[in-house]
Ligand binder design. Structure first.
Ligand SMILES: *Cc1c(COP(=O)(O)O)cnc(C)c1O
Length: 754
């Protein structure tokens, strides 16, 4: 049966209607069901070893187009729907985005699942089935408000498996109910799975905001991703969540091992566990515990588990490196305590350096240390990041275990981030170099042959212009804002964090606002777009959102500035927004303080879609800059070595930076009469003081250099042909950042699945 026949059979069976007479919701659900049938009919790939990718988040995005593409039915579906006067994008309006993730780490996990499936590797994801996500962001009264973000409906991509595991907490146990999401592999006949554990009786959404009964573990354990941990109950809940994930996941691993006919003594031969950041680190002691229960000696259990587990580090920010009080684990999972103590004893026997201990003098468990001692691989996520881990952050560990350290520069799936989100550009690429790039993104380099082809460059500019129009329509429909598609689209989309320095971008907006006020007009109007959620308890991040929204309101109300400069914050930035924003971007803002962004993946998606990067030499920006060359990227700011030195010496003085000419008047604008009349004076004054006195991420150090680099980019943008050439070079060189390449390296160096 072809797709058309399948869809007809499905709508007749469900609604007794032919597809043409179905409403959008019916048609969407029928197409989802057809897609689901085809995916679940596929076998798992084979392989002697199986990978389990453990992650607290999987930021999947909508799945209809993506899964149709993987099944090889994207074009057929598009044409079929067009014949009925519908579109895939239209039907996808009916789909809710799974709220199972938060930012780059979760999106990386989703890209990895897509690539693991596409390469036909025997590997599954393991996570939790959150009901209300991180939160849904509302922007009202120039502030972020948080609401639950429910996504599961009667029909969703979740497949009930009927499997349940019992998780033994201190004093009670809780069934972990397993749901799966099928992950069809592109260009293979196989499919992987995302395994998601849930409580049997989940609590309903809170009536107001995202406050809920954190002590009600049996019902609220899977309510939210990263519940507020500013109090003890919140911190304990996170430990309960983590143990629930790893205990159920470890039991799943051992039951599948047994089903495959292998004994627990051979775990490391048949299983790989990739630990995505430290949230799933307790899988190590939990697997050891389960092997002890099955009769292995401590030595044998430690050897098998260490041989199976591998750890990915995602950050050098101290506050993001988890350290749980042992007392919390004693409450949530007391059976792990003697194992952790034994592992600490063994770690201390290997190294006398107290900086490598698992249990510290304050009774805390260092989760990353656990992973490094008792895993066989430690990887960073970009070349620079791995070097910083080896020589600075994790130096004592690198000296102990040099053979464990390796780099795996992140990647993104070009299926979602080019083929699905930017069909016009995809067709243009195929028209010029053929379809090989879809299976081998390195082939994009073939585009370099068109650098002097003015007709090709013109087409590239038209595609960008059309994508900007498409974004303008989406913003008009969803937020009621009217933008000028002929303006330059300058885009910063990522979680809100001081180290990512949205505040520095805001200082640029202030600079440009004051220039325009002074009669110095830009060559072309500029539209500065932001998308960012702030963690609910992160006050400074919320103040930065308030600053951006205040600038947006100030400029919108100013007839002198508005024609030349606009600021827009998209509400509830998520994967669906990213798919609209990325193809429409001219200038990609990647301005983190050098050394702080481990890799970034937004930078890669934007590059592949023909945006030019304005960035610091941080994370994967370094590799982007090397690949495209100085003509096709704008770099600025202090180097990672300078920044690391400033931190080591403790010699950065934000007040001195503030007093530099060209900086002070920009910061002081936060408390100017103009802005105070628009925004909340207390919030603006607090941010003003914090930026002067607590500029921990050195925004003021780089502000002037940033402004100069951005001005250069804006002026270069006016030579449209030269700019199109920069776009072309970025697209051509982006193939390296395919997650298919990243996953092939994980398999080659760490997993050895086939
Ligand atoms: C790619 C992506 C991110 C990560 O962006 P960075 O710029 O690398 O921090 C975050 N959120 C969404 C929705 C994404 O698609």
């Amino acid at each position: 049966m072809n797709l058309s026949q399948r869809l007809r059979a499905k709508t007749m069976e469900r609604y007794q209607l032919p597809p043409e007479e179905c409403g959008d919701a019916q048609l969407f659900h029928a197409l989802m069901a057809v897609t689901q049938d085809l995916s679940t009919a596929r076998p798992a790939p084979d392989g002697a070893r199986k990978l389990y990718y453990f992650s607290a988040e999987f930021l999947m995005g909508k799945l209809l187009s993506n899964n149709l593409l993987a099944l090889g039915l994207f074009e057929e579906a598009r044409d079929l729907l067009a014949g009925m006067g519908r579109s895939l994008a239209g039907l996808e309006e009916q789909e809710r985005e799974p709220s199972l993730g938060n930012g780059g780490l979760g999106r990386l996990a989703a890209c990895f699942l897509d690539s693991i499936a596409a390469l036909g590797l025997n590997g599954d994801g393991v996570g939790l089935n959150y009901h209300y996500g991180l939160f849904r962001q509302k922007l009202a009264d120039l502030k972020q408000q948080e609401e639950p973000d429910p996504w599961m409906e009667a029909e969703s991509w979740l497949i009930p498996t009927g499997k349940t595991f019992s998780v033994p907490f201190g004093g009670f146990s809780l069934p972990a109910v397993l749901y799966d999401i099928a992950i069809p592999g592109a260009h293979t006949g196989t499919a992987g799975r995302l395994h998601l554990f849930d409580v049997p009786e989940p609590a309903p959404a809170p009536a107001h905001g995202i406050d809920f009964e954190k002590g009600d573990i049996p019902h609220s354990l899977t309510s939210f991703l990263y519940p507020d941990d500013s109090d003890r109950a919140g911190q304990l809940l996170r430990v309960y969540q983590q143990y629930f994930l790893v205990s159920a996941g470890a039991q799943l691993i051992l039951s599948e091992l047994e089903e495959r006919g292998y004994s627990p003594e051979t775990l490391s031969e048949h299983v790989v566990v990739q630990i995505n950041d430290t949230h799933p680190s307790m899988v190590i002691p939990e697997l050891i515990r389960l092997l002890l229960e099955r009769g292995l000696s401590m030595d044998a259990a430690v050897e098998q588990v260490s041989g199976a587990c591998a750890y990915t580090n995602h950050t050098i920010l101290a506050e993001a490196l988890e350290k749980w009080p042992l007392e919390f684990i004693e409450t949530a999972a007391p059976q792990l305590v003697p194992i952790l103590q034994e592992l600490d004893r063994r770690a201390r026997a290997r190294s006398a350096d107290p900086r490598t201990a698992i249990l510290d003098g304050e009774g805390r468990v260092h989760m990353a240390h656990l992973d490094i001692h008792f895993g066989r691989s430690v990887n960073g996520v970009a070349a620079l990041h791995t070097e910083i881990l080896k020589h600075t952050e994790l130096k004592p560990f690198y000296e102990l275990y040099p053979e464990k350290f390796n780099n795996k520069t992140n990647g993104v799936t070009f299926r979602r981030w080019l083929e699905v989100c930017n069909p016009a550009l995809s067709e243009w690429i195929t028209a010029h170099i053929g379809p090989e790039w879809k299976t081998a993104p390195g082939a994009l380099e073939g585009l370099l042959a068109f650098q002097e082809d003015t007709a090709a460059l013109e087409e590239l500019l038209s595609i960008k212009a059309a994508n900007k129009e498409r974004l303008c329509r989406a913003l008009r429909e969803r937020q009621g804002v009217e933008l000028d598609p002929a303006s330059l689209f300058d885009i910063q989309i990522k979680r809100l964090h001081e180290y990512k320095r949205q505040q520095m971008n805001a200082l640029y907006v202030i600079y440009k606002y004051l220039e325009i006020k002074g009669g110095r007009l830009p060559a072309r109007p500029i539209t500065v777009l932001f998308g960012a959620k702030a963690a609910p308890a992160y006050q400074m991040a919320k103040h930065i959102i308030h600053l951006i929204l205040s600038l947006q309101a100030l400029i919108d109300a100013d007839p002198q500035v508005r024609p030349w400069l606009r600021v827009v914050m998209v509400e509830n930035y998520n994967v669906s927004w990213a798919e609209q924003l990325i193809p429409a971007c001219d200038l990609s803002e990647q301005i983190s303080l050098a050394s702080k962004e481990a890799s970034g993946t937004g930078n890669m998606k934007l590059m592949a879609n023909g945006a030019v990067t304005l960035g610091t030499l941080d994370g994967a920006n370094v590799e982007i800059a090397q690949l495209v060359g100085p003509e096709a990227v704008y770099t600025f700011g202090a180097s990672s070595q300078e920044v690391i030195r400033l931190y080591q010496e403790g010699s950065y003085r934000s007040l001195e930076q503030y007093h530099r000419p060209g900086v002070e008047y920009l910061v002081d604008f936060l408390v100017s009469p103009e802005l105070l009349s628009v925004g909340d004076p207390a919030a603006l004054a607090t941010l003003w003081r914090d930026m002067k006195h607590k500029d921990y991420f050195m925004a003021l150090l780089d502000t002037q250099d940033y402004i100069a680099a951005k001005e250069r980019a804006l002026s270069d943008f006016e030579d449209r042909t030269a700019w199109a050439r920069k776009m072309l070079v970025n697209i051509a060189k982006s193939g390296y950042f395919s997650s298919d390449r990243t996953i092939a390296e994980y398999d080659r160096d760490i997993w050895h699945l086939s």
